[in-house]
Design a protein around this ligand. Structure first.
Ligand code: AHG
Ligand code: MN
Ligand code: MN
Length: 335
């Protein structure tokens, strides 16, 4: 019988990849895994909210009903706070981020976490997959000193780990520490994430393009031309490609990571920087995509090399199979 490897076992095994690691990053990843299971439990019963109680009631979370993205935010922050390895959390749900160094246990914490606690949250009402995205940095300033802007706004290449959780038809946690990408599926019968997708690689070329075509008329000409290219018939290159767009970045990326494809969220006249956020959406996903052998760019620069200016900064994003991303770049160059 094949033996199961749990996320906890895998993390400890991989700690030896980092000769000077003292286990702090391992504990941080473990804490994120635990919070993910709690969020998963609530996401799974989201449809029951109207039955169990609505806003103002006190019987679901033991306190006033909250939107699930706020609930997820609270759960991840609580897990990071209790774990003691994280000194600062930058979250989509927190304008300024949350400093944890005041809590005694986190006084000497070395890590900064950027998180999108619930990605694709507008999909939750209609029972479509949602996710969580996280990114981990080591602080630059000395422990014990005040945190600086330099600590909080690091470039994506400095990430020490990144990952996502997809709450889908099954729940998976996928992460990288810069040595490949591994995926774990939650086995609800034992309540553990188990290694199911070791060493994930994105196909170099796929035939799925993922873009919100409702915005087509506002796209840059190069993106419009690329979309037309995807739709043209050409047996030699397996076109037309298939259009797939869920509207939860995690779910769109997860599918394209497994099957090959390109995900595009470009800038438009209305959104000159695009929509997706650099620190807790694009950087972590770009790290995973690159580690899986793919490519991640804004159209003009590698996402991981962008110098961040603010926590909630938006950037255009083209992510996925290397050959497909290069093709989009070719069209952008030509226009
Ligand atoms: P969030 O729910 O965290 O705000 O993220 C939603 C994001 C992302 O998941 C998705 O790819 C994108 O918004 C969809 O945007 P459009 O509806 O504009 O296509
Ligand atoms: Mn999001
Ligand atoms: Mn979100």
């Amino acid at each position: 019988m094949k033996s199961l490897k749990t996320l906890g076992q895998f993390i400890i095994e991989k700690q030896t990849d980092f000769p000077y690691a003292k286990g702090e990053l391992s504990r941080l990843l473990r804490d994120i895994g635990i919070a993910a299971k709690i969020v998963n439990r609530e996401v799974n019963k989201a449809g029951l909210v109207d039955i169990l109680g609505t806003v103002g009631d006190t019987n679901v979370f033991g306190e006033n009903q909250k939107k699930l993205d706020v609930y997820a935010d609270e759960q991840f922050i609580a897990a990071l706070k209790d774990g003691g390895e994280c000194c600062f959390v930058a979250s989509e749900e927190q304008e300024e981020g949350v400093e944890l160094t005041d809590a005694g246990i986190s006084k000497n914490a070395k890590y900064i976490v950027c998180i999108d606690p619930l990605d694709g949250s507008s999909n939750i009402e209609v029972n479509v997959s949602v996710g969580t995205i996280f990114s981990i940095y080591r602080r630059i300033s000395q422990v014990g000193e005040a945190l600086t802007q330099e600590d909080l706004l690091q470039t994506g290449v400095r990430q020490v780990a990144a990952g996502y959780i997809i709450y889908g038809s099954s729940t998976m946690l996928v992460y990288t520490t810069g040595k490949g990408v591994n995926g774990f599926t939650l086995d609800p019968s034992i309540g553990e994430f188990c290694l199911s997708h070791p060493n994930m690689k994105i196909p170099q070329q796929g035939h799925i393009y993922s873009v919100n075509e409702g915005n087509y008329l506002k796209f840059p000409q190069g993106v419009k031309n690329y979309i037309k290219y995807c739709q043209e018939e050409d047996a030699a290159t397996n076109r037309p490609y298939t259009s797939r767009y869920i509207g939860s970045m995690v779910a769109d990326i997860h599918r394209n990571l497994l099957l090959g494809g390109v995900f595009i969220y470009p800038q438009t006249a209305l959104q000159p920087k695009g929509k997706l956020r650099l620190m807790y959406e694009c950087n972590p996903i770009a790290f995973i995509i690159e580690q899986a052998g793919g490519k991640a760019t804004t159209g003009t620069e590698r996402i991981l090399e962008i110098e961040p200016e603010e926590l909630h900064q938006r950037v255009p994003a083209i992510l996925g199979s290397t050959d497909m991303v290069n093709k989009v770049l070719e069209f952008l160059d030509k226009s």
